[in-house]
Design a protein around this ligand. Sequence first.
Ligand code: 8YV
Length: 311
Amino acid sequence: MPNAILRVNKVPDALADLVSSHYDLYEYLEMGAEEFNAIANDIQVILASGESTVDAVLINQLPNLRLIAVFGVGYDGVDTHAAFQQQIQVTNTPNVLTDDVADLGMALMLAASRQIFGAQRFIENGEWHGKPYKLTAKVSGRRLGIVGFGRVGHAVAKRAKGFDMPVGYYDKHPADDPECTFFPSIMELADNSDFLMICASGGPDSLKLINHEVLAALGKNGILINIARGSIIDEPALVAAIENGTIAGAGLDVFASEPDVPQALLKRDNVVLTPHIGSATQHTRRAMAELVLGNITAFYAGEPLLTPIGK
Ligand code: 8YV
């Protein structure tokens, strides 16, 4: 059986080039049904990204599939239940991107609260000649609430301590971290936070966790930051909260239906938007690519995978 790999979407070309120099790489999105059927039996590995959908329908069309290698830490698009049922392993790229994602979280928090982009537009529009920029909201020393206290959540908390911010968090279980306060519900966390930063995993368990009630609890001085998945926020509720002043602002790297961003969020001084760039530095994307290739190499060598997802 040849070493055939199916790229389902969005994995960087540099990684695809590396992979195709060692293995036969097929482009799922560029294939017609006839071509797909002709190679379906040869595919042992799927190469996916954090945003890819690898559902049971695709998995069940590939009888010799043994590995789904995800370029990203989030694997909410992969039907892991269907994969594990067929003895298919799944790998992701944890750790190597934690710093970048946490850095972006801090950048969004600072930029939204201090209105960095609004202030830049103010200069660019020539408005500084008439009046000073409006006063904004302080970051240092104010309360940060983190939703999802995993690797990225901890990295954000570590950075926030440098800003003298009291840190609270919500997760399924309290963590062993006496410097951060556990809140048993998101409502309580939101009620006790000036900034609410979403660092949780995507998927059905976190779907629309941040709804109208949570935004109301965050309140008119609160700022919401999302560096995780758009699915975690009820986006229409967020748009309404921004339009009505229910919250003070937002910093968003992820959206419910990327690359579409609600029109109502654009061009506001209190809303900072980035196009899902949490892990998108040259350094980290190289490390992620090496990890993906390492997992694929280990798979074909019959060795233990570097970063398998537990069943
Ligand atoms: C994407 C991500 O995987 O790690 C994740 O979960 O969302 C990102 O790093 C990346 O954009 C590649 O498509």
